[in-house]
Design a protein. Sequence first.
Length: 174
Amino acid sequence: MCPQVGEGFNRDYWAHFEDFCRRLTTRYPSVRIVTGPLYLPKRDPADGKWRVTYEVIGNPPNIAVPTHFYKVIFAEDGTTAGPVAVGAFVLPNAKIPNEKPLTDFEVPVEMVERASGLEFMTKLPAQRRKKLCDDMVCSLVIKDYSDRQKAFAKGSAEGKQVQAPTRTSPRHSS
């Protein structure tokens, strides 16, 4: 478990990304996902050198806050020795606008392997691999979690049962 930025990330973009991952099971019978923290360098504008810096929280401050998080996704069609759709994504642990396309965060699996020190595909033959986002549309469905949480919190505070608000899209005329 690692600390994540709440508003704009964990309660927003990351939550929509996790919903995307859950929805993969409607298309693929077998889905495996590896998620983890990353501490990635940034170039220091003062001297041009690359440095890894991150926040430390707690009392005493001993909990490192990751700069990024990754997900490596393996989605199979259920056939023996069939193709495996593979996708890797690296997201900054920061506020991300919901409008930002998920594919902006798509990276080669090898990049996550180098940054994490882990190997993900050593036993998956190259001829079985295909890119997840070539096999399907990698996009998020934006749900308004914050309004729903506010409605539940308000109802709980007043001792009432509250129906969560739903977001409807405008009808398009044909």
